[in-house]
Write a protein that binds this ligand. Structure first.
Ligand code: SF4
Length: 356
């Protein structure tokens, strides 16, 4: 592997602390070159289907938290989701992500299992499936893996326990979330996690510790993004949301992608819609900073507005077909290529598992 270096915490903090624009450009270029050396100038699609917004959790920053009674709750029926998955397959997306609020309800768990089995019948199982359905017990993760899911994204949001406490009610546990990541890895999933970047109280040292955590846990995929406020949440009500603060969060989000690429080298890293919420070219800039995954929103428009984890979420009115064309153009404009029809698995996972 090229450029494989073990970076110290101090080196990671130094990279994340850069402010000067020439130094920042050097950082992004270095990360980009590492992406080219390890993965190539290739971008993989994950069509994201936000299948429901019912959530048992009450995270203080999230627009669809249990206590937000302004939310119109929904769960799409099986037919609608299968239609979305078929559309992704015929459009050659290669992979989908099924995401929803967290529910351990047995009926919901079984519903997902049945859905997965149906989706695996599309094109003889050619569609790759990532799940992002929160903390579950081992039996549930196992049932979903056996039904056809092979990647799982579960963000820890922060690895600093006291910050985790500031973001969540007492009943939520960082330890539990990390335990879930371990179970997912043990079961054979490609494991993804990520953090929220630039929320009040978080320091550059915290973010450096997050990247060290990704490395120590041998994480395969990173899905992280800058904090974007939702004002109908306890966390979002009183926070500074000025353009200056948003600019800082965007820059920190890009630096985190770049430094994660430099330190972790061969993992999949998503360029998030939260970057785009802070800047119209946020997703392109994420790719140029080292990301290689993009997740076009496929959720039927009827409920997109009901899945607002944060405010100013982009792509609310995008037609899925136009969005595909626009993203391909955007990727080509920065000199990269969208790979259609492939799962785009994490190279780190393949190496870790000795898969050729
Ligand atoms: S962040 Fe996830 S688990 Fe927390 S309230 Fe929002 S949807 Fe639920």
């Amino acid at each position: 592997m090229l450029n494989k270096i073990d970076y110290s915490k101090k080196q990671i903090i130094d990279m994340l602390s850069l402010k000067n624009s020439d130094e920042l450009n050097d950082l992004y270029e270095k990360a980009y070159q590492i992406k080219l050396d390890n993965i190539g100038g290739l971008v993989y699609f994950r069509g994201i289907i936000e299948l429901g917004n019912v959530c048992e959790k009450d995270c203080y920053y999230c627009g669809i938290r249990k206590s937000n009674n302004k939310v119109n709750r929904f769960v799409f029926d099986k037919e609608t989701i299968i239609e979305c998955a078929k559309w992704c397959y015929t459009q050659n997306y290669g992979s989908i992500v099924l995401q929803s609020g967290e529910s351990k309800d047995k009926n919901y768990v079984n519903y997902i299992t049945e859905l997965l089995k149906e989706i695996k019948k599309i094109g003889n199982g050619e569609l790759g499936i990532t799940l992002s359905l929160g903390e579950q017990d081992e039996d549930t993760y196992k049932a979903w893996y056996n039904a056809g899911a092979h990647r799982y994204l579960l963000r820890v949001e922060t690895t600093n326990n006291s910050l985790f406490r500031s973001l969540h009610p007492k009943s939520h546990s960082l330890e539990e979330r990390i335990k879930c990541l371990d179970i997912l890895g043990k079961l054979g999933y490609q494991v993804g996690t990520g953090v929220m970047i630039g929320f009040p109280g978080q320091t550059v040292e915290d973010l450096a510790n997050d990247i060290i955590f990704f490395k120590e846990k041998d994480i395969d995929m990173i899905g992280m993004g800058p904090y974007v406020r939702h004002s109908d949440t306890p966390f979002g009500q009183y926070l500074d949301n000025s353009d200056e603060v948003k600019k800082e969060r965007l820059e920190l989000g890009l630096k985190m992608i770049a430094v994660a690429r430099i330190v972790l080298q061969d993992v999949n890293i998503a360029t998030s819609t939260a970057l785009q919420a802070l800047h119209p070219l946020g997703r392109e800039r994420g790719l140029k900073a080292g990301a290689n995954i993009i997740m076009p929103v496929i959720t039927p428009k009827i409920h997109r507005k009901d899945y607002m984890l944060y405010e100013d979420k982009p792509c609310m009115e995008d037609d899925a077909e136009d969005s595909k064309i626009n993203i391909i153009k955007m990727v080509e404009n920065i000199g990269e290529k969208v790979v259609l029809g492939k799962w785009g698995d994490s190279k780190h996972f393949s190496i870790r598992k000795n898969i050729k």
